[in-house]
Design a protein around this ligand. Structure first.
Ligand code: GLC
Length: 634
């Protein structure tokens, strides 16, 4: 009896174990059904098949909700990796001010983006995400990366080969952090210096913008997106973002309205898109601005021109909550029906998925339109090779901020400098005697790099930024995140030795120096925080120049700015004047190379330099005589 009871007990235990095992395996299967479908042998997973077939197979497996979720781009401070898994989101972005919680090294970015990608692979169909970022002058949100001169300086250098190399390096240093998509190049043709984004534009000339924009995409994508270090480019912001008129926007001009006649719109603002299309940019971003009152975010007519006339077949993405600036209900539907394939929501992704799924049910957005958009999104993901290699490896990390890359940045700084005045051979700087450096910008790599640098509006060690950017400054002060590179004071001191350098904040106390290099200009800004109808030098800057002059020292003014400024106030006190724009990491070495005469000045103005605010807008061919004409440079 006892034995039988023991046997029964043992049998019961075995049955229980078998039952548990059975439950677990079927639960796993069941979980697999709702968690991860068994798609190992599905055509879309077969890299030997044409991408179009893989897309068709995958699309056919997707629910409407999953398709709509692929059109969603959410920002990291609202969407966690768990949200990516729960909602099968198509794309994640870091906005101008967002970073991984762990820090901003390329390794931090790599771990951060891979965490999001691993989460995407847990979704039912395992569709990888596209991770997007603004790396508009190098991978400037990555600590230790090479920060290049902003486009305004590259336009003055006007060297397509150089810009192509910059595109290549930017792709490498951005891919190193596991990012798949760069919201660059900006191919705006800025026609009014009062625009806070003037520095993101290569030139007022559509020809220069066309050549350099195409060169950047060529370098950035190397013609084949599947390369180890190629990432998707973005031609932005489509279009005529640089053609808005002052007073047509609550900010001043940013996101404003252009009433140019169609022929001018095409000649000036559409031409760069036609040129860049030859390099097959992976994506285009829509502008916040409007054309004769019709917001680009619902401008089906002009988006159709991009598709039908310019032949763009890639992904069109909206700008940051650009739909929200549309009037009336169904803003998402309006943007999608106008031709936008992915919505940079970027916060309320659950609301987006619910609203647009309902729009499809109600017939406000057709499933055919959704399928068209998702086809483009999936095609890009297959082209980038994300299904075969969803996770980035650390092989590119050693290249971030390398000496080789920094040398290219130094070359770019040299070629971007424009010599506006040089009386009595003030330049090149003498090989002996004391050189005075005047003004905090001489030692402020943040101010020397401008906006879109680590933070949305950049940062400064010494300047007070626009109130909207105070948050940037507080973060910069507490985080200690800084641009890798060398400022002007550092480079000059390294070159001459500390005993030959005299630094002064205000230009006083430098009597006896051979020259005074007075560094003046603008504090960092971005987008509408840079809109201004007063581009005169600050009182402090004028004082710096006048004080240095009063000390009897010949003044070499170096202007650090995102655009031409009104400088009549300093003309009588300067022997030489140099436009240095926003030079970035190698500001110091590049400027020293040219000011000491190791290299000649070769930069030429890619923007007409106004003599007064009243002249603005002023562009080549409009009959106005500025202070220095387009193409000028000694
Ligand atoms: C910004 C800018 C755009 C940028 C995007 C993501 O508002 O308009 O250039 O790519 O948002 O940061």
């Amino acid at each position: 009896m006892k034995e039988r009871r023991a046997a029964r007990a043992a049998l019961r235990k075995i049955c229980a174990c078998v039952a548990i095992l059975a439950f677990v395996s079927c639960a796993k299967n069941a979980g697999a059904q709702t968690g991860q479908a068994d798609t190992a042998n599905a055509p879309y997973r077969n890299a030997a098949l044409p991408i179009a077939e893989r897309v068709e197979d995958l699309l056919a497996r997707m629910t409407v909700k999953e398709k709509v979720a692929q059109m969603a781009q959410a920002v990291i401070y609202r969407a966690s990796p768990a949200d990516v898994t729960a909602h099968a989101l198509g794309s994640i972005l870091s906005g101008g001010g967002d970073h991984p919680a762990s820090g901003i090294s390329a390794k931090d970015w790599l771990e951060h983006t891979n965490a999001y990608q691993k989460a995407a692979l847990q979704t039912r169909l395992g569709i990888p995400i596209l991770y997007g970022i603004d790396a508009v002058h190098g991978s400037a949100k990555t600590g230790g990366a090479t920060v290049f001169p902003h486009n305004v300086g590259l336009g003055a250098a006007n060297d397509a080969g150089l810009v192509e190399r910059i595109g290549r390096i930017t792709a490498v240093e951005t891919a190193a952090g596991g990012v798949h998509w760069n919201f660059a190049p900006c191919i705006a043709v800025s026609r009014d210096e009062r625009w806070g984004r003037a520095y993101e534009s290569f030139s007022e000339s559509p020809d220069i913008v066309s050549v350099l924009g195409a060169a950047f995409v060529r370098g950035h994508e190397e013609g084949a997106l599947s390369g180890r270090a190629t990432i998707a480019s973005t031609a932005k912001h489509y279009f005529a973002d640089g053609g808005a008129e002052w007073g047509t926007s609550p900010h001043g001009i940013d996101r404003g309205d252009s009433t140019l006649p169609e022929a001018e719109l095409r000649r000036i603002h559409l031409a760069p898109y036609a040129a860049v299309m030859k390099e097959n940019p992976a994506t285009v971003m829509i502008s916040f601005s409007s054309i004769s009152g019709v917001k680009m975010h619902e401008n089906a007519r002009w988006i159709d021109v991009l598709r039908e006339e310019l032949g763009f077949t890639g992904l069109i993405v909206s700008d940051w909550a650009g739909h929200a600036e549309l009037v009336g209900p169904n803003k998402y539907a309006k943007a999608i029906n106008a031709g936008i394939d992915m919505i940079m929501i970027p916060e309320d992704f659950t609301g987006f998925i619910a609203e647009v799924s309902k729009n499809v049910t109600d017939g406000i957005v057709s499933e055919a339109r959704v399928d068209e958009a998702v086809t483009r999104i999936l095609t890009l993901k297959f082209e980038l090779g994300l299904f075969e290699k969803p996770l980035a490896d650390d092989s590119l990390l050693p290249l971030v901020g390398s000496d080789e890359h920094m040398a290219v940045a130094r070359e770019a700084v040299r070629k971007s400098l424009v010599l506006l005045e040089n009386k009595n051979r003030a330049l090149p700087l003498p090989a002996e005697g004391t050189i005075a450096l005047v003004g905090t910008k001489a030692k402020d790599l943040g101010a020397l790099s401008g906006g879109w640098t680590i933070y949305w509006g950049g940062y400064s060690e010494y300047e007070t930024l626009h109130p909207t950017l105070e948050w940037n400054s507080r973060r910069a002060a507490s985080s200690g995140f800084r641009v890798k590179g060398k400022d002007i004071l550092g480079a000059f001191t390294e070159r001459l030795g500390a005993d030959r350098i005299a630094y002064s904040d205000d230009g006083r106390g430098i009597r006896g120096a051979k020259r005074a290099v007075v560094v003046i200009g603008e504090a960092p800004y971005t987008e509408f925080t840079g809109d201004s109808d007063n581009l005169a030098l600050s009182k402090a800057d004028v004082e710096r120049v006048r004080n240095a002059h009063a000390e009897g020292v010949p003044v070499v003014a170096v202007i650090v700015s995102g655009r031409p400024l009104i400088i009549d106030s300093i003309l009588p006190y300067c022997e030489a004047i140099v436009a240095a724009w926003l030079p970035g990491s190698m500001a110091g070495p590049g400027i020293a190379d040219v000011l000491f005469g190791d290299y000649p000045f070769t930069g030429k103005l890619s923007f007409t330099w106004p003599a007064s605010m009243e002249q603005i807008p002023i562009n080549a061919g409009d009959g106005k005589k500025g202070l220095y004409p387009f193409g000028y440079g000694l």
